[in-house]
Design a protein around this ligand. Structure first.
Ligand SMILES: [Zn+2]
Length: 430
């Protein structure tokens, strides 16, 4: 069957001057002004921003094993709603994605769902136990073609294991994504260590627990000549270390989550477990340093760390609650509010931090490409003038643990295209 043509009229491509973009089948056929196409479906996009489809390097899809919180289908529907055309699925499933069999299963489920490309992340160590390297080569050579490896949720804290992993993935251009958290320094930690934790009497999570691992790992990456990626960087001190490492020529990249760009540990005073997350919400000073680092490129990308949890794992006392927040469906709005509306980043910058750069780091073929003729039609159309209140009942995700419920956030994804096919049309899943 021949796919029909789609003409997107008058969209600001990467926030620039209004242009028409014609899609033919799976590709962008033309970008220009005054384009026409007989029989094409026309989308009037006055005032809307057209970006390459977003790429999330850090998503928890929970399948296999915790389908009560999310499945590949519900998670990719959430991703499409949020403007994503590719997500990297973290390995901390049950069973753990530490074999070719499991990563191929997740990859295949993504293909079957058809909302968003799913690129599985392989575990660094068997069972995320930090003791023995997983079969990294077999996962890379599998149909899933794994290039990103992470024990996310746990830190690869053994320096020798980390060194071996960096050496191993170097051979095929892979990358280790580190959840930087020194385990001994964070035993029993419930929130950021600081003024608020002292007042509330909750176990604190010191910044140095994150920073010491980042410092070690950039030095290991330099020593081995491999690249390393830092997950969800959350402190001003971590920014300084990554900035130093980059100035030294070390091949390090880093991500920040939307929630660390907006929320602070003051929210923990509510004792609402929706604010409990790993790494924890930090201080205003950290938030401002993270925004600045994302603007100047010290932090390369925004990644959601979308972490769905069922109601019962969050609807309990603070100490017992699971850590994590859903984020795929609100990420772009939070970035618009914290980075675009503050003047720190323009839309071309958003395209870089949420599509070009993550696709490059994860080697996501066909994603993070320029909006120009001949490129795959992986695109998202955003209405930046929209203002709305977050209602978790609207989410496509199976989970509802958002910290933004009732908050007004700007912007709305109106259309998402995966290889020319609308996965979101007029703000609704297609
Ligand atoms: Zn993590």
């Amino acid at each position: 069957m021949k796919m029909s043509k789609i003409l997107i009229r008058g969209a600001k491509v990467l926030g620039g001057e209004p242009q028409d973009v014609l899609l033919d089948g799976e590709t962008v056929e033309a970008v220009g002004t005054g384009l026409t196409a007989e029989g094409a479906t026309v989308i009037e996009a006055d005032g809307q921003i057209l970006l390459p489809g977003l790429v999330d390097l850090h998503t928890h899809l929970r399948e296999p094993g915790r389908e009560d919180s999310e499945t590949v289908l519900t998670g990719t529907r959430a991703a499409a709603s949020g403007g994503y055309t590719a997500v990297f699925a973290m390995a901390n499933t049950h069973p753990v994605a530490d074999t070719a069999g499991v990563v191929e299963q997740v990859y295949r489920l993504g293909k079957e769902a058809g909302y968003c490309d799913v690129q599985p992340i392989g575990a660094v160590t068997v069972g995320l136990e930090g003791k023995k390297l997983a079969e990294l080569g077999a996962m890379h050579d599998s149909a899933a073609g794994v290039t990103v490896f992470s024990d996310d949720g746990k830190c690869v804290d053994d320096a020798v294991i980390m060194r071996r992993a960096l050496e191993y993935v170097k051979a095929f251009g892979g990358v280790v994504a580190q959840h930087a958290q020194e385990p001994r320094l964070t035993e029993g930690a419930q929130m950021n260590e600081g003024v608020v934790s002292a007042e509330l009497g909750l176990g604190g999570w010191p910044a140095v627990a994150e920073e010491s691992i980042i410092a070690r790992d950039v030095l290991l990456a330099e020593h081995v000549g491999s690249r390393v990626h830092i997950c969800h960087l959350s402190t001003a001190g971590s920014v300084e270390i990554v900035r130093w490492a980059k100035s030294r020529g070390i091949d390090v990249t880093a991500e920040v989550t939307p929630h660390h760009l907006l929320l602070t540990d003051e929210l923990v005073r509510t004792y609402d477990p929706v604010y409990k997350v790993n790494p924890p919400l930090r201080t205003e000073r950290d938030v401002l340093a993270l925004r600045e680092a994302l603007a100047d490129g010290t932090i390369d990308i925004v990644a959601t760390d979308h972490a769905p949890h069922p109601h019962e794992d969050k609807d309990c006392e603070w100490a017992a609650a699971a850590m994590g927040m859903v984020g795929l469906e609100t990420a772009l709005s939070v970035v618009q509010q914290t980075m675009v509306e503050t003047g720190l980043l323009d839309w071309a910058g958003v395209a870089d931090r949420m599509s070009f750069a993550p696709a490059r780091i994860g080697r996501a073929t066909g994603h993070g490409r320029p909006v120009s003729a001949g490129e795959p039609a992986n695109l998202v159309l955003v209405d930046p003038a929209y203002r709305g209140t977050v209602d978790p009942a609207d989410f496509a995700s199976r989970s509802r643990n958002t910290p933004y419920e009732g908050r007004e956030l700007p912007g709305r994804v109106t259309h998402t295209f995966l290889r020319g096919r609308a996965t979101v049309m007029d703000g609704k899943l297609a």
